[in-house]
Design a protein around this ligand. Structure first.
Ligand SMILES: NC(=O)c1ccc[n+]([C@@H]2O[C@H](COP(=O)([O-])OP(=O)(O)OC[C@H]3O[C@@H](n4cnc5c(N)ncnc54)[C@H](O)[C@@H]3O)[C@@H](O)[C@H]2O)c1
Length: 425
């Protein structure tokens, strides 16, 4: 039940504050007078027309009940609107959802996860207070002209990065955490994800990263991952579908098993992530209609042009852009933007640079680059294919992520980050 209620509560709090919130589930117990208690009896409906049919929980009716109860509470708590310069907005830090005398869920709220955990631990339900800034003069300063300082766009947002333990995923997790986000590092390599989360938290001096196990090719695993995130943070603002694999091979030689493996992780995996991310983000949207959220697929330059003897990879990535365009059309109804980023080769990442199984040593051994005698020769051959003469790096991808999150007027796009290697037609 928390998997449904927590995102609804998170949306409610985001809607009230206009900023991201952390919502964590607590255990039912005595609450003081500051808690906002809401009865969700009206959300229970009879399913089906026949008599004797079972009951179902209607999410939209629940969202309506929550929004109405919050508006009434806010009206009671607000100081006189006449004195706006002194106006301090109070928001509840504990919301209890009941059905009659039964407690359905208790949720603790704050701006960041450490503060929310502290509240839950000490049962501190004092209000979250915010001074309301004077209304901005949008006539003379349109909001877009002040849109700058891109790293600030993810501050206090919650993100999940699949395949976050190494390579581009690691770079993205590091970048988001350094810019003030809370990052769930989701990876099939749980140990790697845990080690990275530990490193990030030590460097940031706060809980900036949490490891969560997940295999993007399995629906049960991805569903459990989003449930764990809802339980610990209430939801997400940004879902980065990055997990990917590469098994190259000639169309005449590649085993079907190898083709399927690549397709399953890169193509089906993106569908599964978007499916469960979409469900969660839709729930938040029911109580936060204006809040925009993002699903971003880390695609590849091989999603924009073919890749020799690498059809499974390029085909899955081309298909990924088709999924992005299609998901974008459907999910914009819930203010979810869906975009792909198409990076060029990350020559310094493990896929290319691993000294034992990286692509450079593989290509050297296979004699793929004529005349190359060393790994450095192979690397320089590939670097010279890029007009900007270097590979794609973490910060290049981060700039694209900040752009997509900040840009409120675009969806369904594939953003190249290739140093000029692939140009759009
Ligand atoms: N490395 C490049 O040159 C390059 C270039 C363009 C695009 N990309 C794309 O960037 C993404 C990341 O690639 P990378 O090179 O950093 O890869 P990588 O191999 O360095 O890391 C991939 C991560 O994904 C995880 N992973 C693999 N299968 C998984 C699964 N089923 N479920 C969950 N996690 C799984 C791995 O454990 C690993 O941590 C991929 O989508 C890839 O296609 C990479």
């Amino acid at each position: 039940m928390n998997t449904i209620l927590a995102p609804l509560v998170r949306g409610l709090c985001i809607n009230a504050s206009g900023t991201p919130r952390i919502v964590i589930a607590g255990t039912p117990g005595p609450v003081s007078q500051n808690a906002l208690v809401i009865d969700l009896e009206s959300a229970y409906k009879l399913s089906g027309e026949e008599s004797g049919a079972g009951e179902r929980f209607d999410e939209e009716a629940a969202a309506k009940a929550l929004s109405e109860a919050y508006a009434a509470w806010e009206f009671e708590m607000s100081p006189s609107a006449a004195d706006r310069s002194q106006m301090i907005k109070k928001q509840p830090s504990c919301i209890v959802l009941n059905r009659g005398s039964e407690t359905l869920g208790v949720f603790w709220i704050d701006r960041d996860i450490d503060a929310a955990r502290k509240r839950r631990e000490s049962l501190d339900d004092s209000f979250i207070e915010e001074i309301i800034p004077p209304a901005r003069d949008t006539e003379t300063v349109p909001p877009a002209l002040t849109a700058a300082g891109r790293t600030g766009v993810v501050k206090n947002r919650t993100a999940v990065v699949t395949g976050g333990a190494q390579g581009f995923g690691e770079q993205i997790s590091l970048g988001l955490a350094a810019s003030g986000a809370l990052v769930f590092i989701a990876d099939i390599n749980q140990k790697g994800a845990e080690a990275l989360a530990k490193k990030i938290n030590a460097a940031q001096g706060r809980t900036a990263a949490i490891a969560v196990a997940s295999d993007v090719t399995r629906e049960d695993s991805v569903e459990a991952m989003f449930a764990a995130i809802a339980e610990q943070a209430g939801g997400v603002d940004l879902c980065i579908s990055n997990a990917g694999v590469l098994q190259a091979g000639s169309v005449m030689e590649q085993e079907l098993k190898s083709f399927r493996f690549t397709t399953q992780v890169n193509y089906e995996g993106y569908f599964i992530i978007a499916k469960f991310a979409g469900r969660l983000l839709r729930l938040q949207h029911l109580t936060a209609q204006e809040w925009k959220t993002d699903i971003i697929q880390i695609n590849s330059k091989s999603g924009l042009e073919g890749s020799n003897k690498n059809g499974a990879y390029a085909g899955g990535k081309f298909g990924g852009i088709g999924l992005t365009e299609s998901f974008a059309l459907e999910l914009i109804e819930y203010n979810i933007k869906v975009n792909s980023i198409c990076p060029g080769n990350f020559f310094d990442g493990p896929l290319w640079a691993d000294p034992e199984k990286g692509l450079f040593v593989q290509y050297l051994a296979a004699g793929k680059v004529a005349g190359a005698r060393t790994v450095a020769d192979v690397k320089s051959y590939y670097e010279n294919k890029v007009p900007m003469r270097r590979g794609c790096e973490g910060p290049d991808v981060m700039r694209a992520i900040y752009y997509i999150v900040e840009q409120e007027y675009e969806t369904g796009q594939a953003v190249p980050v290739t140093g000029g290697q692939v140009m759009l037609h």
